[in-house]
Design a protein around this ligand. Sequence first.
Ligand code: CMC
Length: 378
Amino acid sequence: MMVCEYQPGLEGIAAAQSSISNVDGQKGILEYRGIRIEELAEKSTFLETAYLLIWGQLPTSEELKEFEHEVRHHRRIKYRIRDMMKCFPESGHPMDALQASAAALGLFYSRRDLHNPIYIRDAVVRLLATIPTMVAAFQLMRKGNDPVRPRDDLDYSANFLYMLSEKEPDPLAARIFDVCLILHAEHTMNASTFSARVTASTLTDPYAVVASAVGTLGGPLHGGANEEVIQMLEEIGSIANVRPYLEDCLQRKAKIMGFGHRVYKVKDPRATILQDLAQQLFAKFGSDKYYDIAVEMERVVEEKLGHKGIYPNVDFYSGLVYAKLGIPTDLFTPIFAIARVTGWLAHWKEQLAENRIFRPTQVYNGLHEIAYTAIEER
Ligand code: CMC
């Protein structure tokens, strides 16, 4: 057995072999199954991209139609899941509600037939179909309203926006939201994907795999950063305050949310696309003062931290897009999860195909041979 040195955060350690996505962090390139993210954002849809990531190639039109049909007809959640969600405290974070609800699916579909392609397909369809319904249901129920039934005549993204607002969305808003889902669908061995693969490697069910990944995504160093970006822009409040705010952060050695990445040392290509989407939304629905603050922040951060490779990541502009779509701030990370369930499922399948349980080692730096002290002597 080859023994490696301890690397905090496993930086630079390969945890799996994967053909799902690839990042070139120096050149700012992201590919899904070899296709550049820019091309998918322009030409694909979220469900087509999900098919690509999970099944390994772009679907034919027949395959896509069948996949869309299956997802469309599995959007409803069981009334007992709805009733369980009604009991969640309305002050709870929607990510916690989502994690609990995703895990609860395992109670209803507990058969664990991991060698059966029909079981795999069912689980993929059910998770892709019901996670948006659960996010929207919690949003309405925490406001004291009944959840809205999904509409089979609406596409994936239009239906989600409809379930949130009870209004059919503007087609540009629905398309932009769909592109956001494409951008967040997968991103190599990030923390939540690693968590999904570790859980998958024990051969547990896919609902536990997704629930563990949702829990990991929620933290502010990972998916939770998009929420914090909006709070930070609100706190800054004006273009004039950008420089003093950032100087204060740097002096306190505080991390600036939405900037920096373990892999990208240039601007994240998804941030560039999201910035363009934000501009499209502002052109149609009116400008946003936080956008101007964000652009100034990017300029000053580049001036101060560009030499360290600190540039905007995917979370910097996504919140501005979601806010313009009328989405509450604490739903930004659950929306990230709606998209990323695709990547988690693709990694779940890949892990199963060549599984070995994750069982790393550690460098023990504790004591030895210590005598037990009786409680009254401590
Ligand atoms: N603001 C200020 N300085 C930073 C930042 C930042 N956002 N990110 C990294 N640095 C500095 C850091 O202080 C360190 O400097 P020095 O070498 O002088 O001590 C250097 O850059 C390396 O930082 P690190 O913390 O060792 O880098 P990491 O690879 O462990 O962390 C990160 C990556 C994404 C956790 C970090 O950049 C960060 O905390 N960013 C803010 C939170 C954020 O936006 N998270 C979203 C990540 S992308 C999407 C996702 O994963 O969900």
